[in-house]
Design a protein around this ligand. Structure first.
Ligand code: DAH
Length: 335
């Protein structure tokens, strides 16, 4: 019995420090303990066997606990978000291969940042909306042909993935009404993804990005609007620009205009080469009314345009489809 206790003490100490604890269950001393049973006087065998059994149970428990301790130490923390090389399975990628922000994400943030610094509050647009916001509150009469120009998708339930960021105008106006009443003004941009049921080609996508601006005060003017837009474009392209407008029809503005810039020589433009950048105008009285703003007291201007077009001009990108293509060769140029 004394022998059992000695072996137990000795093995428990060794197991607690061993890197291969299970091996210790094979030590000759332990085997000997089992071996002697048959040589014991019959009346002692029961008690002895019980003790040896208890010893086995204790040792097994000690081995298991040591094994789990070792696992904790040996398992390295795995960063499941780490990039890896699909060809070699290696986690040791160069920083340039980690992936980067999509150029549209970067440029959209840049656009929003410019307007924010000019005093515009920024709201992200929605990716699902209703007829009322997409058309109704924007002065598109029911069944008006102008609705067709937006090639809108519709869910079976009648929801619309918005075809323009103007879908946020009514909310911005309603939210801002209190500011007007407190003697202030509304100055906001809404930005985000928009969707149109278009045949895709080098200049058309079914999914693209827009940024919309809304400004309302007691005495907003078209001149202020042109100044705002000029400042934006000159900041974005980092140079002086020539601008021009021409009349255009959008149900939610009156007058409505298309705003163009002359393609800068630094970006490969020839003199007299005009690029239409966005739609804009003085907010239609019906649009103000539908947000509970009295058009006899307040006036506003609004504009909206695509982000891809801005970015394509800035970087000389010729095909709109690159943005959604997932082509690494294209994306890495922006790393
Ligand atoms: N929502 C128009 C479009 O997607 C662009 C636009 C034109 C927005 C005139 C405006 C605006 O706010 O005043 O084609």
């Amino acid at each position: 019995m004394q022998n059992i206790e000695d072996v137990q003490k000795d093995l428990l100490t060794k197991i607690a420090a061993s890197d291969a604890p299970r091996e210790l269950l094979k030590t000759p001393e332990l085997k000997k303990l089992y071996g002697v049973i048959k040589d014991l006087p019959a009346e002692d065998r029961g008690a002895y066997g019980k003790n040896v059994n208890e010893l086995r149970v204790k040792l097994e428990a000690a081995v298991l606990s040591r094994e789990s301790e070792l696992e904790d130490v040996n398992v390295e923390a795995i960063d499941v978000t780490a990039p890896w090389d699909a060809n070699t399975g290696s986690l040791d990628l160069l920083p340039t291969e980690y992936g980067t922000q999509h150029p549209l994400t970067t440029e959209l943030a840049n656009v929003v940042d410019i307007f924010t610094r000019m005093g515009f509050e920024a709201f992200e647009s929605r990716q699902i909306d209703d007829d009322e916001h997409m058309f109704g509150t924007l002065n598109f009469p029911e069944n008006h042909p102008a609705r067709d120009g937006y090639d809108t998708f519709r869910t079976e339930e009648g929801f619309i993935p918005p075809a323009h960021t103007s879908t946020m105008q009514n909310r911005i106006l309603k939210d801002g009404k209190a500011k007007l009443e407190a003697g202030g003004q509304i100055a906001a941009v809404s930005y985000g993804r928009v969707f149109r049921n278009e045949d895709v080609d080098a200049t058309h996508e079914h999914t693209f990005y827009q940024c919309e601006g809304v400004f309302v005060s007691r005495d907003a003017t078209l001149g202020q609007m042109l100044g705002t837009l000029r400042s934006f474009f000159e900041t974005y392209y980092g140079q002086k620009l020539k601008i021009k407008t021409q009349p255009a029809y959008f149900p939610f503005v009156e007058p409505g205009l298309e705003f163009a810039i002359e393609k800068p020589a630094a970006l490969g433009g020839k003199s007299g080469e005009w690029l239409e950048m966005l739609g804009c105008g003085m907010i239609h009285p019906n649009v103000l009314s539908s947000a509970g703003i009295d058009p006899n007291e307040y006036r506003g201007f609004a504009w909206g345009g695509g982000i891809e077009r801005l970015v394509m001009l800035k970087y000389g990108i010729e095909d709109l489809r690159y943005f959604e293509s997932g082509k690494l060769q294209f994306l890495r140029k922006f790393a």
